[in-house]
Write a protein that binds this ligand. Structure first.
Ligand SMILES: *[C@@H]1O[C@H](CO)[C@@H](O)[C@H](O)[C@H]1NC(C)=O
Ligand SMILES: *[C@@H]1O[C@H](CO)[C@@H](O)[C@H](O)[C@H]1NC(C)=O
Ligand SMILES: *[C@@H]1O[C@H](CO)[C@@H](O)[C@H](O)[C@H]1NC(C)=O
Ligand SMILES: *[C@@H]1O[C@H](CO)[C@@H](O)[C@H](O)[C@H]1NC(C)=O
Ligand SMILES: *[C@@H]1O[C@H](CO)[C@@H](O)[C@H](O)[C@H]1NC(C)=O
Length: 252
């Protein structure tokens, strides 16, 4: 391993031991609220988000932004717990910078969607049981993972030449020591490559890094899609056999 990778690995492993109360209620082991096993820190590449939407974007950020902090297996855990922007007033400038609604800048549509769909489920952990705690933890994990500098230091930069998926995946595995889930947009008409869109880094309920793969043979029930944007195309796990385009902002 090259030195920067080794030191990054050490830093990440130290940083990611985050203390946080975890409550498990033995009286309701199978309640919907407790079923989830991992937290998924989802980053998306704004240029690809804009490309998928096609309409709204003016000048997308030049860095990976947060899409969400998701729980696996559960969604929409409490429909009567509404998003309330006043509760996250104190972290609004950071939210706008690192967790922006790429398609609707300075608006709270994405946050409202993320809270209703994922935050209300994550809230079964005591340390995520308010909107301020949930969004603050997302920002905290995002900063500690620091995907932008990890990719850049590994030489994975937006480029007009294509990447092999293995190079992108290896860069991430070498630093974090766990398997990410990487999603792409299929080649559009006339394109030779898929487009890099989303990178997920997974955590245990104790906020330790873990593989994004499932070790249990559990099939996630298909939920009807709820979307915060109008995209027709969906991201899916990248195809290792295709070249991959990591589009520069200037290309948009
Ligand atoms: C759902 O959210 C509402 C509003 O915050 C709260 O009063 C209620 O206790 C929650 N329900 C559950 C099952 O947590
Ligand atoms: C939103 O949160 C603020 C601060 O906690 C509170 O004062 C206000 O009543 C809440 N609004 C609604 C509609 O619940
Ligand atoms: C969002 O708001 C900030 C601060 O109010 C402002 O500087 C920025 O230009 C706004 N961005 C957009 C895209 O409207
Ligand atoms: C993560 O996946 C890698 C590669 O499949 C495997 O070698 C490793 O044991 C897994 N780690 C955990 C903690 O499951
Ligand atoms: C990739 O190529 C291999 C070997 O040709 C093939 O077995 C595999 O199904 C392909 N995978 C996808 C996702 O197309």
């Amino acid at each position: 391993m090259v030195p920067f990778v080794r030191s990054a690995l050490v830093l990440v492993s130290i940083y990611l031991v985050i203390q946080c109360g975890y409550t498990y209620d033995p009286l309701f082991p199978s309640s919907k609220y407790h079923e989830w096993k991992k937290l998924i820190l989802t980053h998306h590449w704004p240029v690809t988000v804009c490309k998928m939407d096609g309409v709204h974007c003016k000048s997308p950020p030049k860095y990976w932004t947060l899409h969400g902090l998701w729980t696996d297996k559960t969604q929409m855990c409490n429909n009567s717990w509404h998003f309330n922007c006043t509760e996250i007033q104190g972290i609004l400038s950071e939210m706008n910078q690192w967790w922006p609604d790429v398609l609707h800048p300075n608006q709270s549509q994405l946050w409202s969607h993320e809270w209703q769909k994922h935050g209300t489920c994550a809230a079964s952990l005591e340390c995520l049981n308010s909107q301020l705690k949930y969004f603050s933890k997302g920002l905290e994990l995002y900063k500690k993972v620091d995907l932008n500098s990890v990719l850049e230091k590994s030489g994975i930069k937006p480029s007009t030449t294509y990447y092999q998926m293995k190079d992108i995946e290896d860069a991430i595995i070498h630093v974090y020591g766990v398997l990410p889930k990487i999603q792409c947009l299929s080649p559009q008409q006339g394109e030779k490559a898929q487009t890099l869109g989303q990178i997920e880094i997974c955590f245990t309920k104790e906020f330790q890094l873990r593989n994004c793969t499932n070790e249990e043979l559990y099939v996630t029930p298909k939920e009807p899609p709820t979307k915060w944007n109008s995209k027709n195309e969906d991201l899916h796990v990248c195809n290792n056999n295709l070249s991959t385009y990591y589009p520069p902002v200037e290309e948009f």
